[in-house]
Write a protein that binds this ligand. Structure first.
Ligand SMILES: [Mn+2]
Length: 204
């Protein structure tokens, strides 16, 4: 792998009446993470994302979880997206596209990522009722899609996530995040055969 000309790192801090977030990212890391969002199942998903995308990730988040986890989870997704976009820089030398098919026991999820500069999410296949389930008693199933929306829109990624099978909500959510991570790992990778920015437009 050719090293990037500039370090592909970013730190984003965001403070609102609903949450307070400090996030650091290194796209050329080894998957080391240190994550405390005060939402345990989300910590689990973000740890999996870091590990399987070979992204180093540090997150400290506090939010109004006495209401529910929604604001905190969504806002971390927004900040993660902003940090990814910032760390990608001008996208010189990247592979741009990545795809992955990841099982977790009975669950199977597919993800495709295009570092396109155009925010788009297509998310299908979660079983009926998934969005209403409280994973671990606190993480609303609907937040899985909402986090992908926040990441894709703020990082300006095209993301397709398809759940092909699964019964256990924990397995399904984790397979989705791992598939996204593996696809993102390939898309952000520096390809020594790519000269410049991989777009016929000359910009991404
Ligand atoms: Mn929301």
């Amino acid at each position: 792998m050719t090293p990037a000309s500039a370090p592909r790192t970013a730190r984003v801090q965001r403070e609102t009446s609903e949450s307070s977030i400090d996030l650091s990212i290194d796209l050329d890391g080894t998957g080391v993470s240190d994550i405390e969002t005060s939402v345990p199942f989300f910590d689990h998903l973000l740890t999996a994302f870091a590990k399987h995308s070979l992204t180093d990730l540090t997150v400290r988040a506090r939010g109004d979880i006495e209401i529910d986890v929604h604001h905190t989870v969504e806002d971390v997704g927004i900040v993660l997206g902003q940090a990814i976009r910032q760390a990608l820089g001008d996208k010189r030398g990247i592979s741009r596209y990545g795809d992955a098919l990841v099982p977790l026991d009975e669950a199977l999820a597919q993800a495709v990522v295009d570092i396109s500069g155009r925010p788009y999410l297509v998310h299908t296949g979660e079983p009926a009722g998934f969005e209403f389930h409280l994973i671990g008693g606190h993480f609303t199933g609907s937040m899985v899609r909402h986090v992908f929306e926040a990441i894709a829109f703020n990082a300006a990624l095209t993301v397709h996530v398809t759940v092909l099978g699964g019964r256990d909500p924990h397995h399904i959510a984790e397979a989705e995040f791992k598939a996204f991570a593996r696809a993102f790992r390939l898309a952000k990778a520096l390809d020594p055969l790519v000269a410049g920015i991989p777009s016929t437009k000359g910009a991404l």
